[in-house]
Design a binder for this molecule. Structure first.
Ligand code: SF4
Ligand code: SF4
Length: 345
């Protein structure tokens, strides 16, 4: 049996298992070389991080827990010297996506060849606007060149704009621009942390009036356009269910159509190996405690609290909450099988 086939079979089996978490995001470093206006991470950098062996041990634990999809992020995960070894190890166990702000990917091609997907952040087709958002001159050039290089090298690269008031009216153009070149687009949604938990694991989104979406009708229209475009454009990596949920937050009778599945369908791990349902709450233990804590009364109590929480609209959390029902699980399993086909390459 080839290693690709073994991975595909193992992923398919885990995708169909019930009562197991599906998705983990591991922020393997707090180091970042960018200074994005809407982000807090770069202000709270920390040089400490787990060793390569500790990360591998943690990845084994996540696999046993049932995790299917892993996102390696940060900071910028590609700033870790050992990132090639981490990606190599992770990609044998999970459908593995690696995030990059666009500054490092072209320098780490060999490491990235092993990843299933690489996501590069580009927020505008307007170079000056993009560089303002990132607060780094040359960010746009670096990111667009990295996307082109990876695409030409046959590495599965996607572009991930963060939708905000700053770029709301150009999201359709950004989508057409990249998908027209055969590059998939996935979106983030500008959010800022409003956590009432003073012990929250770490802060990501920073409140900024320029970014908060004020034109709600334009957001509704954008969701409708993307739903329509998706019928013909398979490179738009959003489910209809996610776009409909997003639309419902911005409609006049605004409502949330999902219950949060933090610490149930998904979890986050930080650079020190601390585990939380999401970054907005305090950590609930170390990754090395997960096997004994996962089914504990303490975790069950946290799950109930998070289930009622309505504090944030971070799109990846919404996505894994929406697809957490048995029915959603099956549709994700089908998606995983499509992804798994990539593993035979
Ligand atoms: S958004 Fe990402 S790239 Fe930008 S400063 Fe924050 S962690 Fe760094
Ligand atoms: S809604 Fe869920 S993901 Fe968002 S802050 Fe609450 S528990 Fe965390």
């Amino acid at each position: 049996m080839t290693s690709g086939f073994k991975k595909a079979a193992s992923i398919a089996a885990r995708s169909l298992a019930h009562g197991k978490p599906h998705h983990a995001q591991w922020l393997v470093t707090r180091k970042c070389n960018y200074r994005c206006v809407g982000c807090n991470v770069w202000k709270e950098q920390d040089q400490r991080e787990l060793s390569t062996d500790e990360i591998k041990k943690g990845l084994d634990i996540l696999k046993k827990l049932g995790i299917v999809e892993l996102v390696l992020s940060g900071g910028d995960p590609l700033l870790r010297e050992d990132i090639g070894e981490i990606i190599d190890y992770a990609s044998k166990l999970f459908v593995t996506t690696v995030y990059d702000n666009g500054s490092m990917a072209a320098k780490k091609l060999d490491a990235l060849r092993k990843a299933d997907f690489v996501a590069i952040s580009i927020d505008s087709l307007d170079e000056a606007k993009n560089d303002y958002i990132k607060s780094v001159p040359g960010a746009w050039k670096n990111a667009t060149q990295a996307v082109e290089t990876l695409h030409n090298e046959g590495i599965k690269v996607s572009v991930t704009p963060t939708i905000s008031q700053k770029n709301l009216y150009e999201i359709v153009d950004i989508t057409n621009h990249f998908t027209g070149k055969g590059i998939p687009v996935w979106y983030c949604l500008y959010s800022y942390d409003t956590s009432v938990d003073s012990n929250q694991l770490f802060r990501i989104g920073k409140a900024n009036d320029e970014f908060v979406i004020t034109d709600k009708q334009a957001m509704v229209n954008l969701c409708n356009s993307l739903i329509e475009m998706k019928k013909k454009n398979k490179k738009i990596l959003m489910t209809d269910k996610l776009l409909e949920a997003l639309r419902s937050i911005y409609e006049e009778d605004s409502k949330r159509t999902w219950k949060c599945q933090a610490l149930n369908q998904f979890l986050v791990v930080d650079h020190l190996g601390r585990v939380a349902g999401c970054h907005s709450h305090n950590f609930a233990g170390s990754i090395f405690d997960l096997p004994k804590k996962w089914k504990s009364p303490e975790f069950n109590e946290l799950r109930e609290t998070y289930h009622e929480c309505t504090q944030c609209n971070y799109l990846c959390y919404v996505f894994y909450s929406l697809h957490g029902s048995p029915c959603g699980h099956l549709s994700l399993a089908r998606d995983q099988w499509k992804n798994a086909k990539l593993l035979f390459k």
